[in-house]
Design a protein around this ligand. Sequence first.
Ligand SMILES: Nc1ncnc2c1ncn2[C@@H]1O[C@H](COP(=O)(O)OP(=O)(O)OP(=O)(O)O)[C@@H](O)[C@H]1O
Ligand SMILES: [Mg+2]
Length: 549
Amino acid sequence: MSAGERINVAIRIRPLSHTESDANEESVFSKVMPEGLDAKCALVVESNKDAGVLFDSVYTEESTNEDIFNDVGKKAVERLLEGYNGTIFMYGQTGSGKTHTMTGVPEDNGLTGRVIEHIYTMIGDTSTREFLVRGAYIELYNEKLHDLLNKRKKLQLNYLGDQFHASKRTETCAKDADELDGVRRLGEKSKKMGVSNLNEHSSRSHSIFSITVESTQKESPESGAGEGEGEGEGEGDSGGGEKNEDLSSSFVRVSTLNLVDLAGSETFVNTFGESQQRETVSINKSLSSLKDVIVALSKKDQKFIPYRNSMLTKLLKSSLGGNACTTIICCITPAAKHRKVTNYTLEFGKMANTITNIPKQNLTGSDDKTVLIKQYQKEIQQMSAKLLRLEQLEKETDLAQQEIARLRGMAAVVVDGPSVKYEHEVRINSLEDELAEEKVKREKAMGAAVSRDKHLAETLRQNEQDMNEALTIIRMEYENEREVLLEEVANERAAMMMSGGRADLMEVVQQRNEIERLQNELHIAHDRMTMMETMLAEAQSVISALGAH
Ligand SMILES: Nc1ncnc2c1ncn2[C@@H]1O[C@H](COP(=O)(O)OP(=O)(O)OP(=O)(O)O)[C@@H](O)[C@H]1O
Ligand SMILES: [Mg+2]
């Protein structure tokens, strides 16, 4: 959209307050529908005048915040998501209903809460784009800027790119309406409130709740590039050449909607305390600067616009004669008593209604350092990759644990290894017993028949030889068994080294200890066999002696 667009001005007439009704105040301002004009347009007519003042819309005592949201809020959200900056600001004297409209009451939620809800509803309905939403809340009190999201910290106003910005204000990202509403409520708590002569809960400062939305085209899985425009609500009204430009997925839409609740003008009374006097002077001064800007902008060919005369006009620069879509809601009381101030408000609204803004869709390159959505997308990608790696590591850990369990089983087998050895030992022991028995028999035989014949000696020698052979076989089996075990353990150790598990090394050390223990036992068995061999040799020498006989 590059065509000029008039600032939209709505009037809200509030019901008479209890104080006004109790004082039998007369209602002197009313809404009148003009004939043959746009159904939305309406006149505010003062009872003693013939002609009324025409506005884009007029809300009466019966109107609700929902009515205002349906006309003003929804449109502002649509524009916001399309990438246009927007401002809705409440204007009017103290007690006229500005905060009632912007913040609302429990039985009728205000514009801000409804806007927040609608932003996320629209985001949910727009499947082709990714969004990042954040909120900031600042306040202008006695010409000083404060961060309502950071303990009322003082902020500086910087001039950047033809606009004034509250530098280093807190911006809080919110994933859903509840979170963003929480940000708003946090700020509300810190707002400067007080008592004015017409309002028990009077805003003593100008406050601006800003919602910034960044969005990018979602990557299409088929093409890897952005999808075309036109899907979902709010996608079809971007207009002209900028729409083509926006087809590129590399562009990011960044736009801000400012919801401004101004402090109301108030008649200065000398009985005010010092602090209230200062507040009132400051409020009236900034509203007067605002009026000067509106007057200057409403004049044709006016070159100089006094934006720099107050903090408020600096802050609203882009909304007044700038590139934002702006709506001003002028709140008035119908009470006759405030006729003069109400006419002043209507005059302000009428002038503002003639000002033309040139709304511009805000598109920026993804390399723009101020754009957060691309940075966040990159971070999310990096975190997803880390998550994937973590999942792989978890799987590997599972496998390693299974392997350790298997090795434990192996270790148990190795520990049980002596059962194999035990079988051999049993056999060796029984052979030893046999040998001992044989020795006893032989000694008996030798004692009983030293002079017997060579045949007996031969038989004895044969027996000895058989036993010797049996022992050799067992020994070989034992050696084989040991080698097999050593090989298995060496293989397992190599496998464990490959998997790099530290816990596995412990298993290997245990197995090695076990092997050493087995080797010791083998040595003992070996010694016993040597002893038996010595006994055999002795027996043989006896037999030889017998044979020689
Ligand atoms: N349309 C309305 N319907 C019912 N009550 C309303 C309406 N507008 C305002 N009121 C009531 O009038 C009182 C003053 O309204 P509000 O606080 O919104 O005024 P204000 O314009 O914000 O004043 P200030 O400039 O002092 O902050 C509140 O009690 C509010 O609930
Ligand atoms: Mg207020």
